[in-house]
Design a protein around this ligand. Structure first.
Ligand code: PLP
Length: 285
């Protein structure tokens, strides 16, 4: 596979980053994951906007190649022959000559820019969409700026392992009794014709897929309530689902061992997934 590192397209085993890179030592970096369907990028503009915001919030210098990111995404998709898959992009504060808690001078330390593709044939036809996911609830002990998409993913990764050990697929995180989000996705419940999801704040990532799905939901005449909900409310809901760039809209059929409805994916969730995939494919670039 060909990857991109700081201006160069290289075979993956020739790509190098310094051991002093701030992301390696301090998780001082941000990332984006953009999905590819039919060789085209889904919602690239949304991901680029959020990336710019993440960089601003952390005071990481915008790399000189920022304006070329679309072209770099497209080139990697092309050279790696990606029909369905993902493009991973990471920008870090860079690699000063030594380890120091103080941010390096942006005049002398350039951000590190890395991109690679992941080939996922049939990404939109995942069997999980037909079976649905089981989630467990865990305490949300992450830091207070989850709206910034940093590479600090240890707790989400631990959460996914806790779910796996419990025989589930993912974990929904709970803070002060209310669901924040999934380990790598936004969380929703549906009761009647109403979709409920936590409102945007520093507590959750502002999902690009979330924004699109809420827009389409309103067009599909479904009500949207952006508010807190508890795990108990979720267990009594008619349907539940998650959204992310890599899973699109994915049904949740079980929470902490309690089946929702008859334990199979709900019709409204299936409809939302269909609309999301149709509309996103149409707008892909
Ligand atoms: N929430 C968290 C914690 C995530 O890591 C992600 C995606 O990686 C999302 C939500 C979903 O965001 P998006 O739809 O932009 O992929």
């Amino acid at each position: 596979r060909t990857v991109y590192v700081n201006g160069d397209y290289l075979p993956e085993d020739e790509a190098k980053v310094s051991i002093f890179d701030r992301a390696f030592l301090m998780a001082d970096g941000v990332y984006e994951v953009t999905s590819v369907l039919g060789g085209k990028l889904i919602d690239f503009a949304g991901h680029a906007r959020r990336l710019e915001r993440s960089l601003n919030e952390l005071d990481i210098k915008k790399p000189a190649v920022f304006g070329d990111l679309l072209e770099i995404h497209r080139e990697l998709v092309k050279v790696n022959g990606i029909e369905d898959g993902l493009v991973y992009l990471q920008i870090t504060r860079g690699a000063p000559g030594d380890r120091d808690f103080v941010f390096p001078d942006p005049e002398t330390t350039e951000p590190t820019v890395v991109l690679f593709t992941q080939n996922k044939p049939g990404l939109a036809d995942s069997p999980a969409a037909k079976v649905g996911m089981k989630v467990i609830s865990i305490e949300d002990v992450r830091w207070g700026r989850r709206d910034i998409k940093t590479v600090q993913l240890l707790y989400p990764s631990m959460g996914k392992m806790m779910a796996k050990k419990a025989g589930a697929d993912d974990a929904w995180m709970v803070q002060d009794g209310h669901v924040t989000e999934g380990t790598s996705n936004n969380a929703y419940i549906i009761t009647g014709n109403t979709i409920v999801t936590r409102a945007l704040s520093n507590d959750i990532l502002h999902g690009i897929t979330r924004a699109a799905v809420l827009r389409f939901a309103k067009e599909a005449q479904m009500q949207v309530e952006e508010r807190n909900f508890t795990i108990d409310e979720a267990k009594k809901a008619d349907e539940a689902f998650i959204t992310s760039a890599s899973s699109f809209v994915m049904p949740v059929v079980e929470i902490d061992g309690v089946a929702l409805g008859d334990g199979t994916p709900g019709a409204r969730t299936a409809r939302l997934r269909e609309i999301y995939l149709d509309e996103s494919r149409k707008a892909a670039i």
